[in-house]
Design a protein. Sequence first.
Length: 90
Amino acid sequence: MATQYSNQSTGQQHHHAPKGGAGSNVFSIIAMVLGVIGLVFLPIVFALGGLIMAIIAKVVRHERLATVAIVVSAVGLVGGMVLGALLATG
């Protein structure tokens, strides 16, 4: 008599989150580029978008460069707003 639960493979594949590899830092790289662009042009749009992408890369995708992308985007956001304020008053 066969039991209901066995150790035999059912042929089903389990899908896991992608592991951090050399090609899986796409979100982090895009976030860094947006952070640098946000330093010069429209920091509320570009750097904030980069910061959101970097957080997604860190929390959801577990990318290795996500922490660097968070720092670059945050510096781009704050630096871009300070630079804009200095140029507007000058």
